[in-house]
Design a protein around this ligand. Structure first.
Ligand code: SF4
Length: 175
């Protein structure tokens, strides 16, 4: 359960901004799309299990359809051959959408500094939060997720229509 947004409180009433209400609702109902290609995905499985209980953040529904997901979690090594597929999944997600690079491979290519491995998914799509580790423990994944929640909670509803955001997408060749 999230804290109530800042606002004006009185006997029998509470007033706040629409942006804050939308941010609160979105941040506690993120639907992740786990794009797991290797070992970091196993840590995500542990994060979803009963002990770490990802459900308590309102994210118990992993989506394997990009059209019903708003948080792309990339976990594992992304080969250059896989890069167009990842980009297509990202572009199929509706706005607003967020991205976490989980682990060293997704963030920077990790130990695989080779001709065939993408040296970080931010070469092809924008990333909001990077989670360090090889692999990160479930606590690290949860910490990264909490940071995404903060971003979501505080994002202006106008950001996605702003020229800066359009420019960001254009820099990745995304319309
Ligand atoms: S960061 Fe480490 S654990 Fe994660 S996919 Fe790469 S090699 Fe595997």
């Amino acid at each position: 359960m999230g804290d109530a947004p800042a606002g004006v409180e009185g006997s029998g009433f509470f007033a706040t901004t629409l942006d804050q209400v939308i941010g609160l609702a979105r941040s506690h109902s993120l639907w992740p799309l786990p794009f797991a290609t290797s070992c970091c995905g196993i840590e995500f499985m542990a994060t979803m299990g009963a002990h770490y209980d990802f459900s308590r953040f309102g994210s118990e529904r992993p989506s394997f359809s990009p059209r019903q997901a708003d948080l792309l979690m990339v976990m594992g090594t992304i080969a250059k051959k896989m890069a167009p597929v990842l980009k297509q999944v990202y572009t199929q997600m509706a706005e607003p959408r967020w991205v976490i690079a989980v682990g060293a491979c997704a963030s920077s290519g990790g130990i695989f500094d080779t001709y065939s491995v993408l040296q970080g998914i931010d070469e092809i799509i924008p990333v909001d939060v990077y989670v360090p580790g090889c692999p990160p423990r479930p606590e690290g994944i949860i910490d990264g997720f909490n940071k995404i929640q903060e971003l979501v909670k505080n994002e202006s509803s106008r950001r996605r229509n702003s020229p800066e955001y359009k420019q960001l997408l254009e820099s990745y060749g995304i319309q």
